[in-house]
Write a protein that binds this ligand. Structure first.
Ligand code: FE2
Length: 431
């Protein structure tokens, strides 16, 4: 006897017509033709059921602040940082919480139930940290929110940056952040990596740094991050976010760097929407794409997961809380158009991110938490292509969001009256 059975589900690994039996919030069976009874049944009608999406890199303290106190006129990364500096003294705990909760509502509707958010620790008031810790508690019933202590203005470069980061960790922030390429010098950047890895080792915390978010091919802090990871025994617990300078590095140097990163088991987090938008701004033509070397890193066995980074904030006026939009951009920027690539890209917004965040009981096997999304799509390719409606989102086996399927009514001679955007009209299961 199950509490709920989702019948006729397609799975991201290509299995079709599978039933998912859920009891006590967990997956109790996942196989074709479950004969047991259930309190409730959902017919997925051969739509794809995925584990809920994960965003491994976000800025929850800045989200939905677009236009405050003014717009980013140039649209650049550096004006974004300056603009955030203008907004920061005006931030109140209440407004931060209100915006973050509104974003989380939106995330749930998109099937996004796990988020790692960097939280700026540059303002010694730490109102951002106070607010995000409260948000973490309030959304805990439906979103698993991890917080990273992020010294936006530099760990050494900002006044009291060292003390503020330590205080944020004392307050209960989960992960040690950093921004070595934004320190005053390369040497300061390398020293910050060493200091922050030491803190993580002493406190038993993971590390997730904004690392080399620049087009400068000589920005090589990822090398230091990998080396310090090994020195402090942090293998598998360290993430390098962005790593855009790798796009521009010398190929011979990268042939040495990637094996070092693999040895350190670095989790790589590119942010395709933001990288393609903000990098390459000093180029004329040809213009660099500015995303790190995703295919090469995956081929070397590194764990790569894609982040959204921003949604309607000083750096990015767009964003929709949709990890399929992130995946769609990753396919294009990374030229990940091969048949096998789609699978890798989908893993990069689900299972790979679970590994990066150290999530337990995530996935589609017996014993995993029933945190699921039913998509108006039949398979991984269709999901990334269409960014379809999230027909139902489940947390612990309970439906917490429903969205009506998208369809259009046509008035065309000799043609169908309706188009269902989640059905490939030439597929064998088309009605
Ligand atoms: Fe970021």
């Amino acid at each position: 006897m199950f509490d709920l059975i989702i019948r006729n589900a397609n799975l991201p690994d290509g299995r079709k017509g599978i039933d998912i039996g859920i009891a006590n919030g967990k997956i109790g069976a996942i196989e074709a033709g479950i004969s047991a009874e259930a309190g409730e049944t959902i017919d997925a009608t051969n739509r794809m059921v995925s584990p809920a999406f994960i965003d491994p890199h976000f800025h929850m303290d800045a989200t939905l602040s677009l236009g405050l106190p003014r717009m980013n006129v140039s649209g650049t990364l550096l004006e974004g940082i300056a603009l955030w500096g203008e907004l920061r003294p005006l931030l109140t705990k209440e407004a931060l919480i209100e915006r973050a909760l509104a974003y989380c509502d939106y995330a749930v509707s998109q099937g996004l139930l796990f988020i790692r958010s960097h939280v700026d620790t540059s303002d010694p008031r730490l109102v951002t940290v106070e607010a995000m810790l409260e948000v973490k508690e309030r959304v805990a019933p439906y979103i698993d929110l991890q917080l990273v202590a992020f010294p936006q203005d530099g760990y050494y470069r900002a006044k009291d940056g060292v003390k503020s980061l330590e205080r944020a960790l004392d307050m209960g922030v989960d992960v040690v952040g950093g921004i070595p390429h934004f320190e005053r010098t390369m040497q300061d950047g390398a020293a910050s990596v060493e200091a922050l890895c030491r803190i993580a080792a002493e406190r038993g915390l993971p590390v997730d740094m904004h690392c080399d978010e620049t087009d400068d091919p000589m920005s090589r802090h990822i090398e230091t991050l990998a080396a310090e990871t090994i020195r402090f025994g942090l293998q598998g617990r360290v993430a390098g976010s962005h790593l855009t300078s790798m796009h521009s590095m010398d190929n011979y140097y990268v042939s040495k760097l990637i094996p070092l990163m693999a040895e350190a088991e670095i989790n790589v987090i590119p942010n395709p929407l933001i990288n393609i938008m903000l990098q390459g701004r000093h180029d004329t033509y040809p213009k660099r794409r500015g995303m790190t070397r995703v295919r090469e890193l995956m081929a070397a066995g590194l764990n790569v997961s894609f982040g959204q980074d921003c949604c309607m904030d000083p750096w990015y006026s767009m964003g929709s809380g949709d990890m399929l939009e992130v995946a769609h951009m990753a396919v294009h920027v990374g030229q990940l158009s091969g048949v096998e690539d789609k699978q890798r890209v989908f893993e990069a917004i689900t299972t790979n991110s679970a590994k990066t965040l150290g999530l337990k009981d995530y996935g589609l096997t017996v014993g995993c938490n029933a945190d699921l999304v039913i998509l108006q799509a039949e398979d991984v390719l269709e999901a990334i292509r269409l960014k379809p409606a999230r027909l139902a989102v489940l947390k612990g086996g309970k439906v917490i969001s429903r969205t009506a399927p998208k369809e259009s009514e046509l008035s065309l001679p000799g043609r169908p009256a309706k188009i269902d955007f989640g059905r490939n009209p030439t597929s064998s299961t088309a009605e």
